[in-house]
Design a protein around this ligand. Structure first.
Ligand code: B3K
Ligand code: ZN
Length: 853
C-alpha cells in the first residue's frame, strides 16, 4: 500500500464552502445526492478530485449540465474552468452490506454513520480531508415505520410527509465542519430529553436516543453530559454553540464513540449503565467518554486538524481534558493511578515495539491504525506536562489564545504549541521534541549525600531508546516533581519541579544532615521510566509515608515488582516486605478504600513482564500466584474482616460505596488465593447475593480463575440470567478469556464457536479475543503456539468483514522480540502467515508487515 507522509502536505486545490445532501434512505439501497459548491483555492489549473469508495455512481453534473465520468481508482476527477462551480453527484450505497462499519451502515434496525477518519467517501464523492470545512444542509427521507426518527448535525429546520408511508426531515448545521464530523441516524428510537442553560443563558435541548427499553439506563450518561457542559464553561470558558445536542447509542461500533457535530454516536457500552448490568468501571467509562466526546466540540470541532498527522492535536488535548474532568468528579489520586496504569499497559509497550511512532506520526499507510495509545494517551501526557510547566493561569491563557485564534480553522500541533508559548510566556522549543521523538525516555537517578556540607547531590541522566526509523535522539524536557524525605523523622523537604533538559544534570539540596529517601516523578509528572536505586526498605518507607498519593502507590508497586522479578530470576520469592507493606496500607485509617484497593493489588503479569529483558510468562505467573497466595494466607483474618466491612445493604454510586466495592473485590481475590477451604463458597455467595454488577463480576472473575464446581455453576447462572443483554454477555465471554485457567486456550477456541459469538459485532470480538491476547499467561502458554494461531486465525477471518477491528488484534503478535526464541519464532510465523494472505486489507497489512520488521 502507498505511504502517506506528513512532509507532503499541500493545501487543497478546491474548497467546498457549502454542501447539500439528500438521502433516500433504505437499508438495502440508499441513494445519496450531493450538491457541492466548490471554489478554486489559489491560482492553478488542476482538476477537482473527489474521493470515493464502494460507491455506485448514478449521475453527475457540473453547473446543471450532466457529465460523463467514471471513477478512477474510486476517485472522480473533474476538470473545471472557472473559479466557482456547482457539482452534483448521485450514488447508490448498500448500508445493510456494510460490515466494515465505516460510512453509512445498519446496526440493529438503525441506520447510522461513522466517518472519521475517511468514511465520508463511502457515502458520497467528496474531497475527504479534514482541512475542507463546509456548511451542511441535509435532507433525509425514509420509511416512517422503520425510521420514525431522523437525525443529523446542527438544528432541525423542517420535516414533512413524503407519501407512500415515507417522511422527510431537514437539518442544517451553521458551523462549517470537516466531513469526518458528518453524521446521520435513522431509526425507531426513544429519547431521554433534558435541557441545559449555558453560561450566556441559552437553552440547549439535550437528547439521548436509545431503544425504548434502554431509556432508564441513560440517566448516568445524561448527568455526565450536563456536568461536562458546566465543567467546560467553568474550567475552559467554553460554551456550547448549537440549540440541540443529541447522542445516539448503537450496538455495532468500531470503537468507543464519535464526536460528530451536535450528534454524537456512541458504542452503547458507553451510554447504557444500571447497577444490575454495569460495573463501577463501566459507570466511570460512561462519564469519561461522554465528557470526552462533548469536549471535542471545542477541541476538535470548532478547532480541527489540518491533516491526520495532527490527530493528537484534538485527541491528546481532549483526553487530557476528560481525565481532569473525571478527576474533578471523583478521586483525583485514584484517577491518576488508573490513567498511569493504562498508559503503562497500552502505551509503553507500543513505544517499545515495532509499531512505535511519535505523538505526531511522520507517515502512515492506513490512518485508522494511528488511533493509538501514543496519539491519545501519550498525547494527553504531553499536554499535562505543558500544563505543569505553564501553571494553571498560564495554561488557561494558552488555551484561551488557542481557541480564540484558531476558531473555525483546521490547524496543526505546532499551532497549539505556539499558542501555549505565547499565552503562557514560555519557550517550548526543546519541548516540541515530545511530538517528534518516539520511545519512552528513561531516567537514571543517583544520589550522593555529603554529611560534612549537609548537602545532597541528585544526578539525573536521560536516554531515549531507538525506535523504528529513529536513532540517536536528542535529550528532551522532562519535568520531574521531586521530594526528599528524612528517614528518621519521616519529614519531607519542600517539593521541587526539576526540569531535566540535558543528557545529564545535577541538582543539589542543602541542609540535609542525613541521607534522605528519594521520591521522584511524583504524580507521574513525566511519562518516563525512572531507574532510581532504592532499597526495599526505602520503598516500604515511601509506601507508608509519602504524602503524594501517586508516589505512595508507585513505591508499593516498585516494591512488589522488585520482589516478583527477583523471584522469577532466582526461583526464590521474598514475600515478607511486600506483606508488611500491604498490611500497613490496608490498615491505615487515613486512606480511603479506593486508594487501598489500588495500592495493595499486585501488578499485572504483563507489567511484570515489561520490566524483564525476556518475558517469562510461566515464571511470572508462578511467582505472582505464589505471592498472591502468601499475601492471602498471611493476612487472612484481615481480608475476612475487610470483606465483611465492605459489604453494603444497598447500592449507591457514592464515592465511599464505590471504593468499598473496589476493595471488596481485591480482598476476595486474596481470600481465594489463601487457599482457604471455604473460598469458592464465599466467592459464590458474593456472586449470587450481589445487588450490583461490580461485585457479581468481581466474584465471577475470582471463580473463573479456579477449578471449583462453583466456577461452572456461576458461569452457567450468569449466562442464564444475562444472555439476552449483549453488553453483559460480553462480560461472560471476557471473564473466561481473562481467566488464569490451564485450559484457557481451549475455552476461548470453544467460545469462538459459541452460538452467541459473532464476528460482526466489534464488542463481542474484543471481549473474547482482545481479552485473550491480553491474558499473558494464557496467550503465551501452550508449547506449540496454539494461542498465537488462534489469534491469527481470527485476524484472517475478520479481515474481510471488518479490517479496522482485525488490525487492532495484530499488535499482541508483534511483541515477538520480547519473548524467548521459540515463542518469538512462533509469533513471527503467524505474522508471516498473515502477510502471505492474498487480498489482505491495507489495515492488517500495515500492522502485520511493520510488526515483522
Ligand atoms: N474521534 C473518534 C475516534 C475515531 C476513530 C476512527 N478510526 C472518537 C474519539 O476519539 O473521541
Ligand atoms: Zn477523541
Amino acid at each position: 500500500p502507498p505511504v502517506i507522509r506528513r512532509e507532503d502536505y499541500k493545501a487543497p486545490d478546491w474548497l467546498v464552502p457549502e454542501i447539500a445532501l439528500d438521502f433516500r434512505l433504505d437499508a438495502e439501497r440508499t441513494e445519496v445526492t450531493a450538491r457541492l459548491y466548490v471554489e478554486r483555492n489559489g491560482d492553478h489549473d488542476r482538476p477537482l478530485v473527489l474521493d470515493g469508495e464502494e460507491l455506485d455512481l448514478l449521475f453527475a453534473s457540473v453547473d446543471g449540465d450532466p457529465v460523463e465520468v467514471a471513477p478512477e481508482g474510486g476517485r472522480l476527477i473533474l476538470p473545471l474552468d472557472g473559479a466557482k462551480h456547482v457539482v452534483e453527484t448521485r450514488v447508490a450505497i448498500a448500508p445493510a452490506r456494510n460490515s466494515q462499519l465505516m460510512g453509512l451502515y445498519a446496526s440493529g434496525g438503525l441506520l447510522c454513520t461513522q466517518c472519521e477518519a475517511e468514511g465520508f467517501r463511502r457515502i458520497t464523492f467528496f474531497p475527504d480531508r479534514p482541512d475542507i470545512l463546509s456548511r451542511y444542509a441535509v435532507r433525509m427521507e425514509a420509511d416512517k415505520t422503520l425510521y420514525p426518527v431522523l437525525l443529523s448535525n446542527g438544528d432541525p429546520v423542517a420535516n414533512g410527509e413524503a407519501g407512500e408511508g415515507r417522511h422527510w426531515a431537514q437539518w442544517n448545521d451553521p458551523f462549517p465542519k470537516p466531513c469526518y464530523l458528518f453524521a446521520l441516524v435513522a431509526g425507531d428510537l426513544a429519547c431521554n430529553a433534558d435541557s441545559f442553560t449555558t453560561m450566556s443563558g441559552r437553552e440547549v435541548r439535550l437528547g439521548i436516543w436509545v431503544r425504548e427499553e434502554d431509556l432508564p439506563a441513560t440517566r448516568h450518561a445524561m448527568a455526565a453530559l450536563r456536568n461536562s457542559m458546566a465543567w467546560d464553561e467553568r474550567v475552559y470558558g467554553r460554551e456550547y454553540d448549537l440549540d440541540v445536542f443529541n447522542i445516539v447509542a448503537v450496538s455495532d461500533f468500531n470503537f468507543g464513540a464519535m464526536e460528530n457535530k451536535g450528534l454524537n454516536i456512541f458504542n452503547s457500552r458507553y451510554i447504557l449503565v444500571d447497577p444490575d448490568t454495569a460495573t463501577d468501571l463501566d459507570y466511570d467509562a460512561v462519564e469519561g467518554v461522554v465528557a470526552h466526546e462533548y469536549f471535542h466540540n471545542w477541541s476538535g470541532n470548532r478547532v480541527t486538524c489540518r491533516d491526520w498527522f495532527q490527530l493528537s492535536l484534538k485527541e491528546g488535548l481532549t483526553v487530557y481534558r476528560d481525565q481532569c474532568f473525571s478527576a474533578d468528579m471523583g478521586s483525583e489520586p485514584v484517577k491518576r493511578i488508573e490513567d498511569v496504569r493504562l498508559l503503562r499497559a497500552g502505551q509503553f509497550p507500543e513505544d517499545a515495539g515495532p509499531l512505535a511512532h511519535p505523538v505526531r506520526p511522520e507517515s502512515y499507510m492506513e490512518i485508522s491504525n494511528f488511533y493509538t495509545a501514543t496519539v491519545y494517551n501519550k498525547g494527553a501526557e504531553v499536554i499535562r506536562m505543558m500544563a505543569q510547566i505553564l501553571g494553571p493561569e498560564g495554561f488557561r491563557k494558552g488555551t484561551d489564545l488557542y481557541f480564540a485564534r484558531h476558531d473555525g480553522q483546521a490547524v496543526t500541533c505546532e499551532d497549539f504549541v505556539r499558542a501555549m508559548e505565547e499565552g503562557g510566556g514560555v519557550d517550548l522549543t526543546q519541548f516540541r521534541l515530545w511530538y517528534s521523538q518516539a520511545g519512552t525516555p528513561r531516567v537514571a537517578a543517583t544520589m550522593i549525600h555529603d554529611p560534612e556540607h549537609r548537602r545532597v547531590t541528585l544526578t539525573l541522566s536521560q536516554s531515549i531508546p531507538d525506535t523504528p526509523g529513529q536513532a540517536n535522539k536528542k535529550p528532551m524536557v522532562l519535568p520531574l516533581r521531586t521530594a526528599l524525605f528524612d528517614r528518621q523523622s519521616g519529614q519531607r523537604r519542600e517539593e521541587r519541579l526539576l526540569m531535566l533538559t540535558g543528557a545529564e544534570q545535577s541538582f543539589t539540596f542543602e541542609g540535609m544532615t542525613s541521607a534522605p529517601v528519594l521520591s521522584i516523578n511524583r504524580g507521574f509528572s513525566a511519562p518516563v521510566i525512572v531507574d532510581a536505586p532504592r532499597t526495599q526498605d526505602e520503598l516500604a518507607f515511601l509506601s507508608a509515608h509519602d504524602d503524594d498519593p501517586f508516589a505512595r502507590y508507585e513505591a508499593m508497586q516498585q516494591l512488589m515488582v522488585n520482589a516478583l522479578t527477583e523471584g522469577v530470576a532466582s526461583g526464590e520469592l521474598e514475600t515478607g516486605a511486600v506483606i508488611e507493606a500491604i498490611r500497613t496500607s490496608a490498615t491505615d485509617p487515613s486512606l480511603d478504600d479506593a486508594f487501598v484497593a489500588e495500592a495493595i493489588r499486585l501488578p499485572s503479569e504483563a507489567y511484570i513482564g515489561d520490566q524483564m529483558l525476556v518475558v517469562d510468562p510461566q515464571g511470572i505467573h508462578d511467582a505472582r500466584e505464589a505471592m498472591q497466595q502468601a499475601i492471602g494466607a498471611a493476612l487472612e483474618p484481615l481480608w475476612r474482616d475487610l470483606h465483611q466491612r465492605t459489604a453494603r445493604p444497598a447500592f449507591s454510586l457514592e464515592a465511599g460505596d464505590k471504593g468499598a466495592r473496589k476493595l471488596r473485590n481485591v480482598v476476595l481475590s486474596y481470600i481465594a488465593a489463601s487457599g482457604a477451604e471455604d473460598a469458592a463458597a464465599l466467592a459464590f455467595a458474593q456472586f449470587d447475593g450481589a445487588h450490583n454488577m461490580t461485585e457479581r463480576q468481581g466474584a465471577l472473575g475470582v471463580l473463573a480463575n479456579g477449578m471449583s464446581a462453583e466456577r461452572e455453576r456461576a458461569l452457567a447462572a450468569f449466562y442464564d440470567r444475562y444472555h439476552g443483554n449483549a453488553l453483559v454477555l460480553d462480560k461472560w465471554f471476557q471473564t473466561q478469556a481473562l481467566a488464569c485457567h490451564p485450559d484457557t486456550v481451549e475455552i476461548v477456541r470453544a467460545l469462538g464457536r459459541h452460538s452467541d459469538f459473532t464476528l460482526t459485532n466489534p464488542n463481542r470480538v474484543r471481549s473474547l479475543y482482545g481479552a485473550f491476547a491480553a491474558n499473558q499467561w494464557a496467550f503465551h502458554s501452550g508449547g506449540a503456539g496454539e494461542g498465537y494461531r488462534l489469534l491469527a486465525d481470527l485476524i484472517l477471518a475478520l479481515d474481510p468483514i471488518n479490517p479496522q477491528t482485525a488490525a487492532r488484534m495484530v499488535p499482541p503478535l508483534g511483541r515477538w522480540r520480547r519473548f524467548d526464541v521459540e515463542r518469538g519464532g512462533r509469533m513471527r510465523a503467524e505474522l508471516e502467515r498473515i502477510v502471505a494472505q492474498p487480498k489482505l486489507s491495507r489495515d492488517v497489512m500495515e500492522q502485520a508487515s511493520k510488526s515483522l520488521a
